[in-house]
Design a protein around this ligand. Sequence first.
Ligand SMILES: [Zn+2]
Ligand SMILES: [Zn+2]
Length: 91
Amino acid sequence: MAAKAEMNWLEQCGFGPKVMKRMKVCPHCGTVVDREQSVCPDCGMRLLTKTLYDCYRERHLCCDRCGTVLTSDARFCPHCGQPLYLKISAD
Ligand SMILES: [Zn+2]
Ligand SMILES: [Zn+2]
């Protein structure tokens, strides 16, 4: 699956969920920068406030507890066992 391959690639580069929360990617040139930066050091493009993780979560379903990327039909997190359907019925 493409999403899984992408996540593997990110993790191989050291981009696990914790790292991704600290990183942003320039939408213009793709340079990875610290989230504290507001302008890309490479091309000068103004950067979004969203972190790499925020962007990733918009495109992929992730576990609320541990941040593991999940398939769209997953009912439990394969990493921590969090039952995903509780998200809908909670509160
Ligand atoms: Zn850039
Ligand atoms: Zn989990």
